[in-house]
Design a protein around this ligand. Structure first.
Ligand code: ADP
Length: 699
């Protein structure tokens, strides 16, 4: 071993001596690299000057020391393995972590080479080493930052392009040289030149997003030129970006359209940045942000706006967009004055309704509104809405104001409106104004023309009242005998009293007291006859319904009086069971009488038809919560189970000369008062019972 070491030293000494002789210096002492020699046992045999500087150990300190221990060497592989590699291959290189004399951590890039003696036997290892501690640190930072930027480059939602711009730079320079001074004008005159420049701009790299946005899945096919991605219509943007680059603008940003490799165009935000260090290298960084999603959202918005606009426009309903700021101001004034109850305020200041109308402005109306109001163009309809409201018919407007005051989101009512040519239309008037819209003074109003509906409803009402009238006449017809009898009675009495009176007057001593008494009876009977005729005329008269407050008990008594003779002649008894102190209901006197008389006549007819031995009817009135109840019970045959369902059908009758219109007319009269009528289910043979419920008017 010793011999080897000495041999190696001798060889080195020899080399140094030769170098010394040739150059006059120890060569190894001149080099910047640390060079040392260690024998196969690892002890240091030579230690140059650079090694002293690098590790901080002097040659004297280092010599004979085991290199590994002195330098506190650390490496991934075991030392014996490394040594074996050198013995096997003659050389090894790698990075080793070591410590200097003063304990600093050093990263050394080392190269080991094996020296052999003349016989080829391994003799020593020469190590040259370079301190790469600092370089490694910067490398690390660089790698890290590159990694970070690369990630950024890849991960950004934007598409990035790294472009080689050198050829374009050369083209521009030659343009300048040939005397072109206004690039913009030149590009405009020579659009083909711009295309050429696109072809000359090479794509060096793109990120994933670019592949996604412009490509078909592989990056390689995008690494050509930028030309395929620029539609003609966007050429000026490319030209402008070149002008920006050569005029040393820091960047250029423009919305434009680009196209995918398959030719599909889309909206983008094109950004190019020109940092001087890139420009020198002829590199251009371009970012492309896909705006189509944003633009699609805008388009969708526009579409939905236009959809609503369309709806507003084409609906067969008259729509109005109103500016209600005027009303908002009036409300604010009232609230400032301390008004809290608008209905009460309007009761005292009815002119407020017109003021609010004047202040409410139509700012848009749809086509249907023009048609409905006979306007030739929209302008005729705009401005204050007052002229469309008929004086005396502004209840609906008033109530809509009150709803607005209460911040209700909508209001609906039937009303009348006046057209531009003075026609009056029945309309269903509705207001839509969610509070946040109303606060901004926006109110949407609709008018549905219900003139025809109202006309047909009126016609229906007229028909119903005609029918009721016809039914009353026919009922009177059925009662002719009893009516004649009833009228006859007082007339006959009058005749009798008259004759008796004449006799008393014909006596030689006329008894004037007797005559006075008879005459008074005559007057009484004449009045009774007049009353009967008035009642019959009332029943026979055709009139439109006149709802008024009525006493149900009084109605019952009148009906009983009306049929008194009929009841008598049929041998029937009528018992009245009336609750006292009933509140008044609201309805038409004649029509409700008709219902009562009809039910009584039906009861009498049923009992007569069944030839009942005892014929009795009970009429009772009761109050049940907010309703009045009227029952008509008879001791007749009752209603067969199979008929119950059909009783109120028009033309359903079991009578030989019946019309089957009595009960349906009764039902329509009762329902028009907001009430109901039905036959109470009863066991067979226990008579019929009809129950009428009538609502009490709200207090
Ligand atoms: P009409 O009297 O012309 O038959 P209504 O509509 O008044 O028409 O009556 C329809 C039918 O209802 C009668 O034919 C009869 O069968 C039945 N009806 C009505 N009232 C009574 C009653 N009190 N008792 C038994 N059946 C009745």
């Amino acid at each position: 071993m010793q011999g080897h070491d000495q041999g190696a030293s001798a060889e080195l000494d020899e080399a140094r001596a030769t170098a010394d002789a040739m150059l006059g210096v120890d060569l190894l002492e001149l080099v910047d690299e640390s060079i040392f020699l260690r024998d196969l046992s690892g002890r240091i045999r030579y230690w140059n000057k650079a090694s002293e500087e690098l590790y901080g150990w002097s040659s004297a300190e280092a010599l004979d020391q085991p290199a590994h221990d002195l330098l506190r060497c650390q490496h991934a592989e075991a030392l014996t393995d490394l040594n074996q590699k050198v013995l096997d291959d003659g050389r090894w290189s790698g990075e080793l972590s070591r410590r200097s004399a003063d304990g600093r951590e050093l990263l050394i890039e080392t190269r080991w080479s094996l020296r052999r003696d003349a016989g080829g036997a391994p003799q020593a290892i020469v190590e040259s080493g370079r301190d790469i501690t600092a370089r490694k640190a910067t490398d690390l930072v660089l790698a890290e930052s590159e990694y970070r930027y690369r990630n950024l480059f890849q991960a950004m939602a934007a598409s990035f392009w790294e472009l080689d711009f050198t050829a374009v730079g050369a083209m521009v320079r030659s343009l300048y040289k040939s005397g072109v001074s206004d690039l913009r004008a030149h590009f405009r005159q020579h659009p083909e030149l711009v295309r050429e420049m696109m072809l000359a701009t090479r794509v060096i790299d793109v990120n994933e997003q670019t592949v996604h946005l412009f490509g078909r899945g592989t990056k390689a096919e995008l690494l050509t030129t930028v030309e395929p991605f620029w539609p003609d219509a966007s050429s000026t943007v490319f030209a402008e970006s070149i002008i920006a680059a050569v005029t040393k603008a820091p960047s250029y940003v423009k919305e434009t359209r680009l196209r995918t490799i398959d030719g599909k165009e889309f909206d983008v935000l094109f950004t190019a940045s020109f940092p001087p260090e890139n420009m020198q290298k002829g590199i251009l960084m371009v970012g492309v942000i896909d705006l189509s999603a944003r633009n699609q959202a805008y388009a969708a918005l526009e579409q939905s706006e236009s959809r609503y606009r369309n709806l507003f426009e084409v609906m067969a309903v008259s729509f109005w967009q109103l500016d209600s700021n005027g009303t908002n101001r009036l409300f604010a004034e009232l609230r400032e004055q301390g008004v809290s109850d608008l209905p009460a305020y309007i009761d005292q200041h009815p002119e407020f309704v017109r003021r609010a109308m004047d202040a409410t402005l139509a700012i848009d109306v749809n086509q249907r509104t023009l048609e409905l109001y006979g306007a030739r163009e929209r302008g005729e309809m705009l401005g204050s809405v007052s002229r469309f409201w008929i004086p005396g018919h502004d209840e609906a407007f008033r109530h809509s104001l009150e709803a607005a005051w209460r911040r209700e989101p909508g209001y609906l009512a039937e009303t009348k409106t006046r057209t531009l040519d003075g026609r009056e239309l029945d309309v269903l008037f509705f207001v839509t104004a969610p509070p946040e819209m109303r606060e901004r003074g926006m109110v949407l109003v609709g008018n549905i023309d219900i003139s025809e509906l109202v006309a047909s409803r009126n016609a229906l009402q007229r028909m119903q009242s005609d029918l009721a009238h016809a039914a009353r006449i026919s009922m009177l017809g059925e009662l002719t005998a009893s009516i004649a009898h009833e009228v006859n009675q007082p007339l006959a009495a009058i005749a009798t009293y008259g004759e008796a009176g004449l006799r008393w007057l014909g006596r030689p001593q006329p008894d004037l007291d007797e005559v006075r008494d008879l005459t008074q009876r005559m007057v009484g009977d004449a009045r009774r006859a007049a009353e009967i005729i008035a009642r019959i005329r009332g029943m026979a008269r055709q009139q439109s319904p006149e709802p008024q407050p009525l006493s149900l008990n009084a109605l019952v008594k009148e009906a009983a009086a009306f049929l008194r003779h009929e009841l008598q002649s049929q041998g029937a008894t009528l018992r009245l069971d009336l609750e006292t102190g009933l509140p008044r209901l609201r309805g038409d006197r004649t029509l409700l009488q008709q219902v009562l008389v009809n039910l009584l006549v039906n009861a009498l007819q049923a009992m007569a038809q069944a030839e009942c031995a005892t014929r009795s009817i009970v009429l009772s009135t009761r109050r049940l919560d907010e309703q009045l109840l009227l029952r008509v019970e008879d001791s007749g045959p009752g209603i067969a189970a199979e008929h119950v369902e059909r009783l109120f059908d028009s033309f359903f009758t079991t009578k030989r000369n019946g019309m089957g219109m009595g009960l349906p007319i009764c039902r329509s009269i009762v329902e028009n008062c907001g009430g109901s009528i039905e036959a109470e289910p009863r066991p067979a043979g226990q008579g019929a019972c009809f129950v009428i419920r009538l609502p009490l008017p709200a207090p």
